[in-house]
Write a protein that binds this ligand. Structure first.
Ligand SMILES: [Zn+2]
Length: 72
């Protein structure tokens, strides 16, 4: 479940939005600060992996599976 960096031109607020894996990106993002629907993806910041996915290689909330088997 990647998170996207968004920018609102109305109030210059930056925020991140999460999109479910496999789901389509919404055509409109609503700024949580001013309520404007003009918020756009900030293309300077590529989508980032979910924090749990990044650290564990698998995220429980996204249904990802962990491949690691530390016990030898
Ligand atoms: Zn705004």
């Amino acid at each position: 479940m990647p998170t996207y960096q968004l920018h609102c031109p109305q109030c210059d607020h930056r925020f991140s939005g999460m999109v479910f894996t496999g789901a389509q990106l919404p055509e409109q993002w609503v700024c949580p600060k001013c309520g404007s629907e003009q918020a756009k993806l900030d293309e300077r910041y590529p989508p980032q992996a979910h924090p749990l996915e990044a650290s564990q290689g698998g995220c429980p909330c996204c249904g990802g599976a962990s491949h690691s088997s530390p016990v030898e």
